[in-house]
Design a protein around this ligand. Sequence first.
Ligand SMILES: NC(=O)c1ccc[n+]([C@@H]2O[C@H](COP(=O)([O-])OP(=O)(O)OC[C@H]3O[C@@H](n4cnc5c(N)ncnc54)[C@H](O)[C@@H]3O)[C@@H](O)[C@H]2O)c1
Length: 343
Amino acid sequence: MNDKCVLVVGGAGYIGSHVCKALQMGGFTPVVYDNLSTGHSWAIQFGPAIVADLEDEPALLKAFQEVEPQAVIHLASLINVRDSIANPALYWENNLMGTLTLLKAMVKSNVRKLVFSSTAAVYGNPERLPIDEAHPKAPLNAYGKTKWAIEAMLQDFAHAHSLRFAALRYFNASGADPGGLIGEAHHPETHLIPLVIRTALGLQKELLMYGDDFPTQDGTAIRDYVHVADLADAHVRALQALEQETSLQLNLGTGKGYSVREIIRTVEQIGRQPVPVRLAPRLPHDSSMLVADPTKAMKILHWTPRMSDLPTIIQTAWNWELKRSSSKLILNELLSSGSVIKT
Ligand SMILES: NC(=O)c1ccc[n+]([C@@H]2O[C@H](COP(=O)([O-])OP(=O)(O)OC[C@H]3O[C@@H](n4cnc5c(N)ncnc54)[C@H](O)[C@@H]3O)[C@@H](O)[C@H]2O)c1
C-alpha cells in the first residue's frame, strides 16, 4: 500500500478537483478515477488520472492494483436535483450501483478507508434550525434518496468488513480556487452563484428568481454557502481523522445563511454590474431556509471555514467565471497535456 496515494473518484469534477489540489498541498498524491461524464480533463491538474466508469469492476480492481491507494475519496455522482426527479433510474443506477461496485472492489483490494460526498439533501425540509447530524432524514428527491441509501450501505460495509468511513454532508458548495486554476463548471448549471454571475456578465439575459414570498427577512430563500476550498480542506482532515475514528457523519456548512437577494446584491457590488431578475414561481418542495450546525465537524476535524464569507466566495467565483468566459477554451490545452491515462 502506498501511504501517500489517495484514489479520488469523481476527481475531475468541481469539488473533486479542489480536493485533489488540497491533497497535493498536503503532501498526498491524488489519483483521479473519473468517467468524465460531467467532469473535465482540464480540471485534472494535481496528479495522474484513470478515465473509467465506477460500475466497471475490472477497471476499478486494476486501478486498486496499480495505484495501491491507502484510501478512497468518493465524489462521483449525478447531482442535478430536478433531473433526478425526471430520471430517477439514472440516479439509482449511477449513484447507488456505482458505489456498490466501488465498495466491493475496496473490500477485495483490502482498502478500508473512505471519505464520501453526502449532502444536506438527506434531511429534506428542516424540522428545526440549524440542522445538526441527528436531524430526521427525509430526502425529497431521487438524488437525496440515493445519498441517504449510500450512507446506509456504508454502515453495513463498516460492520461486516471493517470499512472506516466519513460521510460528509455538504451544504451549498460555492466559490472557486483562489489561485484561479479550477472552478465550477456544471452543464447545465443550476447553482445560484454561477448563474447570478453569468447574468451580471451578460452571458444570460436574466436571472430567474424562484419565489419572493418565503417567510424570510427579504422573502427569498436562504442557504448555507461553504467555500469549495474549505470543503476540500475538510476532506484532507477527514482522511486523517479516520486513523482514529471508525465512522463519521458530519455536516459541512458554516452555520450562517444568505438569501438569494443578498447573493445578487453582493455580485452587483463586486462585479459593478446590474443583475436583471425575473420572478418565477417557487419550485416544488423548496425550503425557505437550510442552515447547518457544523459544530461536530469543527470539533472532530479541527476545521474552521476560512474562505466562506460571502465576499470571498463571490470574488473567487467571479474571477473564475470571468476567466472562463473571456477565453472559452482556456484550459482545453490541458486535454492534451498527457496526464490522462486511458484504460
Ligand atoms: N456541488 C454542490 O453544491 C454539492 C452539494 C452537496 C453534495 N455534493 C456532492 O459532491 C460531489 C461532487 O459534486 P460536484 O459539484 O463536484 O459535481 P461534478 O458533476 O462537478 O462532479 C462529479 C464527478 O463525478 C464523475 N462521475 C459521475 N459518475 C461517475 C461514474 N459512474 N464513474 C466515474 N465518474 C463519475 C463526473 O464525471 C464528475 O467529474 C457529488 O457526489 C455531489 O452529490 C455537491
